[in-house]
Design a binder for this molecule. Structure first.
Ligand code: DGL
Length: 265
């Protein structure tokens, strides 16, 4: 039996995580919910954003979700523990992939660069994660708020984005770094553009695959044989919802998902 699995984000960023799920489990039923009334979360206060998250998750549960992926690093760091104590369904969170990134560079002495929202970076959950895994103090982090804004406007112009990355990275000696962590689910929309301005040896990672593996374990997905035709022409069962309940929100989510699929992101 297919399960109704919900993905939640402040906006369209969580589609990068949903897209990973769709590629692995194309036969499941999905709900995607974007808080279009309040995006971006990353530049607001923790108390304000926490209120928005509770209202959205309440709406998602009323839509009949049997599991929820909080496809937003910011929302996870603010509310995942409270949500788990309120709802009796699996709630999968995500955090910047700092631990695997530190491990990848354990022997080569290289540093790790984490991009995440200002709100994620200010939370105890993130700072405890870094103190736990970064025993050699090789992790640097900063926010890229313009990427969230542009992503929500479906602005993917490579010339503009490359110039932005170059100016943001201008003061760093990139040779020192081994891995970049995309610690906000909007950022992987720009992974292939970032790739073009990064030295070749730098790996770019995000939390999507780890999160979907976790979902798979929790729900026992993938027990059935994979369906033969899983190409892009296959119909996916995704229902789109947004807090602003605007038709154009749904159009935007469809266009963004198609962009991820066409660009193999
Ligand atoms: N996509 C979100 C995250 O993973 C939040 C972006 C925002 O709303 O600022 O952190």
């Amino acid at each position: 039996m297919t399960k109704k699995i919900a993905f939640f984000d402040s906006g369209i960023g969580g589609l990068t995580v949903l897209h990973t799920a769709l590629q692995q489990f194309p036969e499941e039923s999905y709900i995607y919910y974007a808080d279009t009334l309040h995006v971006p979360y990353g530049t607001k206060s923790a108390d304000e954003v926490r209120r928005y998250i509770f209202a959205c998750v309440d709406a998602i549960v009323r839509e009949g979700a049997e599991a929820i992926v909080i496809a937003c690093n910011t929302a996870t760091s603010l509310a995942v523990n409270d949500l788990r104590s309120i709802y009796n369904i699996p709630i999968i969170g995500m955090e910047p992939a700092v631990k695997p990134a530190v491990e990848m560079n354990r022997d080569n002495g290289k540093r790790v660069l984490v991009f995440a929202t200002a709100l994620t970076l200010s939370q105890t959950k993130y700072n405890e994660l870094v103190s736990r895994v970064d025993d050699e103090h090789r992790v640097d982090s900063f926010a890229l708020p313009e990427l969230v804004e542009w992503c929500e406007q479906l602005e993917f112009d490579p010339v503009k984005i490359k110039a932005y990355f170059r100016s943001k990275l201008a003061d760093l000696d990139l040779e020192q770094y081994g891995t970049v962590v995309m610690g906000c689910t909007h950022y992987p929309f720009y992974t292939s553009i970032l790739r073009q301005v990064m030295p070749e040896h730098i790996q770019i990672v995000d939390g999507s695959t780890g999160t979907i593996n976790h979902l798979k374990q929790r729900l026992g997905l993938g027990i059935r044989q994979p369906v033969e035709s899983t190409g892009p022409e296959r119909e996916w069962d995704v229902s789109f919802f947004s807090s602003a309940e605007r038709m154009e929100d749904q159009d935007k989510m469809r266009i963004a998902l198609q962009y991820l699929n066409e660009n193999k992101l």
